[in-house]
Design a protein around this ligand. Sequence first.
Ligand code: MG
Length: 399
Amino acid sequence: MKITEVRVILTCPTRNYLFVKILTDEGVYGVGEGTLNGSELAVATAIEHAAELLIGRDPMRTEDLWQLVYNWTYWRAGPVYMAALGALDLALWDIKGKVAGLPVYELLGGKSREGVLTYGHAGGDEPAKVADSVRSFLDRGYKVVRAQQGGYGGSGMASHEPSPRRNVPGAAYFDPASYLAETPKLFEHLRAELGDEVELLHDVHEQLTPIQAAWLAKQLEPYRLFYLEDPLPPEHYESFRVVREASTTSLAIGEVFTSRWDCIRLFNEQLIDYIRIKPIHVGGITEARKIMVFAEPAQIRSAFHGAGDIGPVGQAASLHLQISIPNFGVQEWIDFGTEGAARLREVTPNPCEWRDGYAYPHETPGLGMDIDEDAAAKYPYRKAYMPIVRRTDGTMHRY
Ligand code: MG
């Protein structure tokens, strides 16, 4: 079998998604995804360039092709190339599964569990509203719920700013002092209202200094979070030791990581409890599986990133891997079932099933996903930017 064509499918049915299709001379094809929010055009160009390396090669040689594409640039890795490699790698695994007549998870060791535990995003402007929102997720079957107060950055977001997140080039505003004061009160309220058994987690969005994050993790200890996510910017890994030594609150990080090299020191020193990579941004299933093998002896579990900018094919790849690995934790979940869902359904007609708090990869050969290219062509790419967060005095700040 030989690869004959690599097609890039860039589409915006609801928001921008970047899919690929790898075609072969035997009629079998594979689908993949390399959506990288805000950088889709760069990823598309990288895939088109790498495609020349793949034409005429045997698609079953997943590992060798991974090494080939990884090393071809000399300037290897980085988010753009790893998303491009991720898209290609997913499509190659899809082909392998179709040839074998097996779903991808069977090729990864088979099921370690019956379903993939998921969490949803609850939020509100004040503790009582957040509690109501969490209850609505529990009523739908979720067992784990992320709780946020006051928008993207937490309660430190200034409420006087009208629709701040959507007001590009305007900004959302984050005030660390009010965020630190209000977040422990939020979780005190949630535990009082919802009891001790519901699993709650919280995302800091990298907005604190090491000592602020350590203080917050310590204050939140009595409320036993499933984990505290992104307490710090991840670039300076040693700052995690400050948080680690101050508290027993579980920590999760890694949604912006793009390779094993971002993870390995955190793993070796057991500075986190959950790793938030996902196949499409670390070079695909091939590399994500290896990262989870590195994580296993460090007792670190997966909590794969699954926000709305990871489309249905990337989501499926996360489920195939996480239903098979021993050190699975939880999967962030977006059900695509809201605004624009019908348009996205036209492009990717068979998203993975979710019921009663668990998600399930398809049991058909490969990833079990498909892309309708005619439907995708109806919704052309639209330039879009990520939200911006500033301090209350206007200083630009990471979100
Ligand atoms: Mg996060």
